[in-house]
Ligand binder design. Structure first.
Ligand code: GLN
Length: 383
């Protein structure tokens, strides 16, 4: 057999899988991959049990259980004003990553250009490349990582098909502001540019800030795929259920891919989530819940030699180790995991050019005692 030609020669196993495996292997506290170490709601778990006992164990409709799509339409309209028809404009997916891949594969043709901002979540670029698209990445600068719209304007041309946004942003923990929306709207106006808005951390936004969903702005909404995640909403990343919102002309193409990629998502969970989502406290209480964790973790880090960067949203905290050592972030992460017993993510992995600002990403969606122990280990660590 002739060896196969890799379609993604530069890609290895994701950093999240790699670091979680290493954390387990060496017994480190795992603040690397983003997931909570506490349980989802017992009430929701009961509802899932009940849905199974009630016989919701066969295929859900391809686009998702209607009761759940209706709850989502209701929630989005209430929070952002944007209307979505549950029948034609909402699809339940097997998590955010599948929704992102599906959206990209539905609209990107060979040589289409896609603008992404780095550091970027690691699934965007491979999906674009698999479709033959061209990744046009722009680097954001610490500490605030604001989008340089003047440079975006220079990058846009008649091959630009898609701009990928992510707010609250993974990994930088920054958010889009009103001015960003104004700049974006001016750039896409009268252009054939679509938007993929990764909003999986929509409810993890702090200090009373507003989440600028594309569903708030009709001009943007009509050209956007919005991706959301129940893993973040219900503290259950392992269930892998999320959804995509898009106007019907885009959702029609999305579903053509979705039906052959996953067909449909597990049914009992969808019935349970539809029921559970009727209680709006489930999502309205999330900012405060995570803001406390953010504040707690930040006050812990202040006792160490690491330096905090701002955190406006998501459950990630950027921390600089510039005052400790000039090792590369990948080397330092390995050492911190093995020697201090705290795993994190080196942020150079989120750049095409492996840009290394000596910044690490920690996940603070953890029990207080986990955060205490991690901070103690960081205080005790002598580089
Ligand atoms: N979103 C999570 C993170 O950034 C991980 C998701 C994954 O492992 N695919 O840590």
């Amino acid at each position: 057999m002739t060896p196969i030609t890799s379609k993604l020669p530069q890609v290895g196993t994701t950093i999240f899988t790699t670091m979680s495996a290493l954390a387990t292997e060496v017994g480190a506290i795992n603040l690397s991959q983003g997931f909570p170490d506490y349980d989802s709601s017992p009430q929701l778990i009961e509802l899932i049990n009940k849905a199974m006992k009630d016989g919701h164990n066969q295929y859900a409709p391809m686009a998702g259980v209607m009761a759940l799509r209706e709850e989502i339409a209701h929630k989005v309209e209430k929070l952002h004003g944007g209307k979505y028809d549950p029948d034609t404009e909402i699809t339940i997916t097997a998590g955010g990553t599948q929704a992102i891949f599906t959206a990209i594969s539905a609209v990107i043709n060979p040589n289409d250009e896609v603008i992404i901002f780095e550091p970027a979540f690691d699934c965007y670029a491979p999906a674009i490349k698999l479709m033959g698209g061209i990744v046009k990445s722009l680097e954001l600068e610490p500490p605030d990582y604001r989008i340089p719209w003047n440079m975006v304007r220079k990058l846009v041309n008649n091959r630009t098909r898609l701009i990928i946004l992510n707010s609250p942003h993974n990994p930088t923990a920054t958010i889009l502001h009103k001015e960003d929306i104004e700049e974006l709207s001016a750039i896409v106006k009268n252009q054939d540019i679509l938007i993929l808005s990764d909003e999986v951390y929509e409810h993890l936004i702090y200090d009373g800030e507003t989440h600028h969903s594309m569903a708030r702005y009709p001009e943007l909404q009509q050209r956007s795929f919005i991706v959301a995640s129940f893993g973040k909403l219900f503290h259950a990343t392992g269930w892998k259920v999320g959804y995509c919102l898009a106007p019907a002309y885009l959702m029609q193409e999305f579903r053509k891919v979705h039906q052959f990629l996953v067909f449909s998502v597990n049914s009992s969970m969808q019935y349970a989530m539809a029921e559970y989502l009727k209680n709006e406290r489930v999502y309205l209480d999330l900012p405060e819940f995570f803001e406390q964790k953010r504040n707690y973790f930040r006050s812990g880090i202040k006792q160490t030699k690491f330096e905090l960067l701002p955190c406006y949203g998501s459950y990630f905290q950027f921390v600089s180790y510039n005052k400790l050592t000039d090792e590369s972030d990948t080397d330092f992460t390995l050492r911190l995991t093995k020697e201090a017993g705290v795993a994190c993510i080196p942020t150079s992995v989120f750049y095409t050019k492996a840009t290394d600002h000596h910044i690490l990403r920690f996940c603070f969606a953890k029990k207080q005692e986990t955060l205490d122990e991690a901070v103690n280990r960081l205080i005790g660590f002598k580089p």
